[in-house]
Design a protein. Structure first.
Length: 256
């Protein structure tokens, strides 16, 4: 067992990837090593950057809406332990669990919780018909408020929660441009998290279909290619050094 741990640590030290130094991440494709085809799939490279920045080998990472299993594949690649769940698992290594029930029992509190929820009604027809995307926008916000509370209880002191979201023009139901992550910001800060970074994750144009492009031209609207990644920290007694120094936001008042 000791030799396996020593070998794993050696493999971790030989990783060529480095933690990011900027808060704009650009991707032209989804690395096929990370995750399988899935609605709303994100480039696994973004999860690689996130884990290199916020975790170290053998830390526990939790993803309660694991989709195509991108987080699992990245954790295996970077030698992080993981627990990944989904209401409708598409892989045998994803555990079936509905996060609306709160987090299941975990062997320990994770260093990082990665949240990539449904972006309300976007791709709703491709997700579980019993999922959080099925209701109204207000019902989705209630789901996110409860998720913030559950995540604060679940994550380790000094640990992080990373929330991926996409803002979009909702012509169909509300008639508004919806800033999903910003609408959820008060929920996470309200339970005690501090928002320490916002990252722009720029997606390739290939994620939009020909039909999307033609619709945008006809309506004179812009297609959304940018996703926002908000990083929250559950502050402990002392600040650690795994941050971007001067880029880390100063504490702001808790919003209610």
């Amino acid at each position: 067992m000791l030799s396996l741990i020593t070998k794993a640590k050696a493999e971790a030290s030989n990783q060529t990837e480095k933690p990011p130094i900027y808060n704009v991440w650009n991707y032209s494709f989804c690395d096929p090593r990370f995750g399988q085809a899935y609605p709303g799939r994100i480039p696994g490279q973004a999860v690689v950057s996130l884990l290199l920045w916020l975790t170290k080998p053998f830390d526990l990472v939790v993803d309660p809406m694991a989709g195509g299993g991108t987080t699992i594949d990245v954790c295996r690649y970077l030698l992080r332990r993981y627990r990944c769940f989904d209401i409708d698992p598409k892989r045998p290594d994803i555990e079936k669990w509905d996060i609306r029930r709160g987090y299941p029992h975990l062997p320990q509190k994770p260093a990082l919780i990665f949240l990539d929820p449904p972006y309300w009604r976007l791709k709703r027809e491709e997700y579980s018909q019993d999922g959080a995307a099925m209701g109204s926008y207000q019902e989705w916000l209630t789901f996110m408020e409860n998720l913030a509370k559950a995540s604060f209880k679940a994550v380790n002191l000094g640990g992080y929660v990373a929330l991926m979201g996409e803002s979009f023009l909702d012509e169909r139901e509300t008639g508004r441009f919806l800033l999903l992550n910003r609408d959820c910001l008060a929920f996470f800060e309200g339970v005690g998290f501090e928002c320490v970074q916002e990252i722009a994750v720029n997606m390739p144009t290939q994620i939009k279909s020909f039909r999307d492009v033609e619709y945008a031209k006809r309506k004179g609207i812009l297609l959304d290619l940018k996703r926002e990644l908000f990083v929250f920290k559950k502050r402990g007694p002392a600040r650690d050094q795994r941050s971007w120094g001067s880029l880390v936001a100063t504490p702001r008042p808790v919003l209610y």
